[in-house]
Design a protein around this ligand. Structure first.
Ligand code: AVJ
Length: 342
């Protein structure tokens, strides 16, 4: 009803489970082994990530916050949206910087947080509802690589095949700003990144815009430290994916048997997180009827986090049909926020 958070579900629990099972089977039976980063984020993983954002070594959250604090009004003026959509929203504080700016401008009517985790969405949605009277909250449970076509306000029956912006109705009364912050774009491989940006672009009408937060290339020592903190929080976050698999797929990973590794991959311009087997060991995943043997020293990749240049970002956006209208960084040029239009 009008008093509560409305939830659209595109990812039922059963489908989510099947998707985890398929990812784990594929990841454990391939060589080298690899697990996708989206499964880090159960309740514990969410809390661990929250702690990461406050670590002295992990600069991205603070830097992005600084960029948004300095430029939120400019962003709102450039895209005076009625609807703010936030992809992969989590519990983010920086959303409020954008909501505040759009409210000051007087255009804000609706907030659409989009995330895979329904509990996180409901919590975030209710907080926003309380803090922003008169703003409707319509949460969407989905995977941003698969369910972008079902955003509220999407043109009905929108063609997946890149129509040119001029052929679609202008945003008019329901202008949308789609925010994808935090640097999560860096979790996608280049081909998946291009596909994702193309899918976003296909959702944008004239007047709509994408706001993209992306981490920038910098000194390797600082990059590695951000993913291998001295307090060991990132190590716990990394190993948490094994607990998720133990619980959800009835597996018996011994978390003490895997060491955290963070390394800079210069060729691909990304940080890789891996789990290194500290001994020969055998892991059983009962729900998959699968036994995986790990040799001592074997490394399984669990995340990539790509780092960009300002020019590279503009080029990738352009290749997906998005024109950069503004680009900001913090004073140290550690992190970027880009506004792009179809
Ligand atoms: C949430 C994907 C932006 O890549 O920096 C933090 C996740 N992994 N520390 C990132 C993460 C290890 C984070 N993102």
């Amino acid at each position: 009803g009008p008093a509560g958070v409305t939830v659209d579900r595109h990812l039922a629990a059963a489908e989510r489970h099947a998707s985890l099972a398929a990812d784990v089977r594929a990841g454990l039976t391939s060589q080298p082994r690899e697990l996708p980063p989206k499964w880090f984020y159960d309740a514990t993983g969410g809390l661990l990530f929250d702690r990461i954002t406050r670590l002295p070594e992990y600069y991205p959250t603070r830097r992005e916050h600084a960029v948004l604090t300095a430029h939120a009004d400019e962003i709102a003026a450039a895209c005076p949206a009625m609807t703010l959509v936030e992809l992969g929203s989590g519990t983010s504080e920086k959303t409020r910087l954008l909501l505040d700016a759009l409210r000051r401008l007087g255009t804000l009517r609706r907030f659409v947080p989009f995330d895979v985790d329904e509990a996180t969405l409901l919590q975030a949605g209710e907080d926003i509802l309380r803090a922003y009277p008169g703003v409707a909250v319509r949460a969407v449970v989905g995977d941003f690589e698969r369910h972008l076509g079902s955003l509220p306000g999407s043109p009905a029956g929108a063609s997946p095949a890149s129509p040119s912006p001029g052929t679609r109705p202008a945003a008019g009364g329901d202008r949308r700003l789609i925010a994808f912050l935090g640097g999560t774009i860096g979790n996608l491989q280049p081909a998946a990144r291009a596909a994702f940006l193309r899918a976003v672009r296909d959702q944008l009408r004239d007047g709509d815009a994408l706001l993209l937060g992306a981490d920038l290339v910098k000194d390797t020592g600082r990059l590695v430290a951000a993913y291998d903190d001295s307090a060991g929080v990132t190590a716990a976050f990394n190993r948490n994916v094994l607990s998720v698999i133990n619980r959800e797929l009835d597996a018996d990973f011994d978390l003490r048997g895997f060491a955290h590794v963070a390394a800079w991959n210069a060729e691909n311009s990304w940080i890789e997180m891996r789990l290194r087997s500290v001994r020969d060991q055998e892991v059983t995943v009962r729900a998959l009827d699968l036994v995986a043997r790990f040799e001592e020293g074997e490394q399984m990749r669990t995340e990539i986090s790509a780092k960009f240049t300002l020019d590279g970002l503009r080029a990738e956006l352009a290749a997906s049909g998005l024109a950069t209208s503004c680009q900001w960084t913090d004073p140290d040029r550690d992190f970027s926020v880009t506004l792009a239009v179809p």
